[in-house]
Design a protein around this ligand. Structure first.
Ligand code: FAD
Length: 489
């Protein structure tokens, strides 16, 4: 049977777009290179995911799950002073205001299984190595199933949901690195770390480090595990490439609010590290193809917006594809009709992220403008795709120091052509209950390692593997996840 749509990647974005397409009677084939469950970072959801999860028929599954319920987010300043928690339901007393802290290996598998239940033809352990083009129109993909031979799969529309691997973004030179948000992260999982009581038990905490531009996330998960990561300027945080665990320990030691919360807890795993430099594609679509999730844009994880953006872009793309297929119009304009709305939302979240790094204090803001507490909470909830939240920006600007420079636009550093190619290193998941992950190497080589060089194909570059453990800079494929100890904890 030939399919209308091929989806590359089975993370939250791929599972969302494919499920919504199948619900609307499209024939969808999804190829995921891994076997789920597989490790992934990105555990804290924000409330606006509710509406997409509802469309996906995922809510009953989430409600039955063991995921910790999250009602709020709280900020702690560098001197240890906590803001009052931002309770989502205080702003919006509705079921949608509670969300979840998810173990991603479990959540992503639930989402992919749900796609199957809705009729998506899901193939795990199958890598897409190439997008096939006829002129400038995508017409299908070449897949490599496990150790089997490569084979072409035709489709009317190709959706790239390959995450930071960014198959099409990489091959077509679409990636624009953010000129400001160049961060790195080191994290681990603690067993028995402090949890607050009652409705604060599942709160995400964002705790500022003593250094400017740095913060910890503190995310309580089920089975008495807490995910605790430190984010900071990547050049500084990750400069000791062989000693991430030492850097992590030093950062914990220097941040008394975190130190106190994990004292008495035991490490459940070793340390992970990644660059989490933000980027976005020049465009969301071309003729016959469209990008969703991290394959389209990745934004600094400060406000836990990644899965929401994956779900929303998946939803918007699915609706555009259904409408386009119905009219036999799968042009770039039709498939990407949602770009302005979506990117305006990403811009709002980016601005809030940049403001934080510029010294914005939520506590100070709501003390100065108590009537805007709701609008700020709306942003934290993820209600990004409407201009009603734009009431916060002017009052926020009134608190700036007089000499503050404007925040550069996301594409202020854009250069013509493709970003320079940088090798990527090892990616090792862990397997210990909290992630039921896998221990594997990730693709090396990337775009420029592709040998075929033909103009009508865009390949994954998986043929070459770079196993150098290097961590020098941003890779063409996005940021790299590594576990430098190279062993299971
Ligand atoms: C340090 C850090 C902390 C974060 N914290 C949060 C958080 O708290 N909350 C939050 O919401 N987000 C967070 N994020 C972001 C979040 O992880 C991502 O935004 C989210 O996973 C994007 O989903 P996706 O489906 O686009 O990509 P992914 O989840 O990465 O899925 C892509 C899938 O594509 C597959 N794939 C790749 N290439 C191929 C190929 N060639 N063929 C077939 N399959 C392929 C991959 O195996 C993968 O399963 C964080 C990110 C980082 C780096």
């Amino acid at each position: 049977m030939s399919h209308d749509v091929v989806v590359i990647g089975g993370g939250p974005a791929g599972a969302t777009v494919s499920t919504l397409l199948a619900q609307q009677d499209c024939r969808v084939q999804l190829f995921e290179r891994d076997h789920f469950p597989r490790f992934h970072i990105g555990e804290s959801l924000i409330p606006e995911t509710y509406w997409v999860l509802k469309r996906l028929n995922m809510l009953p599954k989430m409600q039955r799950s063991r995921f910790v319920v999250k009602h709020s987010v709280q900020f702690v300043s560098a001197n240890g002073r906590p803001s009052a928690p931002f309770y989502f339901a205080d702003n919006r007393p509705h079921e949608c205001s509670q969300t979840w802290q998810v173990v991603r290996s479990e959540f992503d598998k639930m989402m992919l299984d749900n796609a199957r239940e809705h009729g998506v033809d899901v193939h795990e352990g199958v890598r897409v190595v190439k997008v096939l083009f006829d002129g400038d129109r995508a017409v299908g993909v070449t897949i490599r199933p496990g150790s089997g031979p490569e084979r072409d799969v035709p489709a009317r529309v190709v959706v790239d949901a390959s995450g930071q691997n960014g198959l099409l973004q990489n091959k077509l030179g679409l990636r624009v690195w953010d000129p400001v948000l160049n961060k790195g992260a080191i994290w681990t999982y603690w067993e028995g770390a402090r949890r607050d009581a009652g409705r604060d038990e599942g709160a995400t905490m964002v705790l500022q480090t003593p250094d400017p531009g740095g913060w910890f996330w503190y995310i309580p998960l089920h089975d008495n595990i807490v995910s605790v990561g430190v984010v900071g300027p990547s050049d500084e945080l990750l400069k000791r490439r062989s000693a991430f665990a030492d850097t992590y320990d030093e950062e914990v030691e220097r941040c008394s609010a975190v130190r106190e919360r994990v004292s008495g807890a035991t490490r459940a795993t070793g340390c992970f590290a990644t660059k989490d430099c933000s980027y976005r594609s020049h465009t969301v679509s071309g003729n016959g193809w469209v990008l969703v999730g991290d394959a389209l844009a990745f934004l600094d994880p400060l406000y836990s917006s990644g899965v929401l953006l994956a779900l929303k872009s998946g939803e918007m793309a699915a609706d555009a594809i259904v409408a386009g297929l119905a009219d036999s119009d799968t042009s770039a304009a039709r498939l990407g009709a949602w770009e302005p709305t979506f990117m305006a939302g990403v811009d709002r979240m980016r601005r809030l992220v940049c403001e934080y790094y510029e010294g914005f204090s939520f506590g100070q803001f709501v003390r100065a403008y108590p009537h805007l507490r709701g609008a700020v909470t709306d942003l934290l909830i993820g209600d990004l795709f409407t201009d009603k939240v734009d009431t916060v920006w002017e009052p926020m600007a009134s608190l700036y120091p007089a000499d503050r420079m404007p925040i550069p636009a996301w594409d202020a550093g854009a250069r013509a052509g493709r970003a320079p190619r940088i090798d990527r290193g090892n990616d090792r998941g862990i397997d210990r209950g909290i992630d039921r992950g896998i221990d594997r190497g990730i693709d090396g080589g990337g775009a420029n390692a592709v040998a075929d060089g033909t103009a009508d194909s865009v390949a994954d570059g998986a043929a070459d593997r770079a196993d150098d453990g290097g961590f020098e800079s941003r890779s063409d494929e996005g940021n790299r996840l590594i576990m430098p100890e190279g062993r299971r904890p």
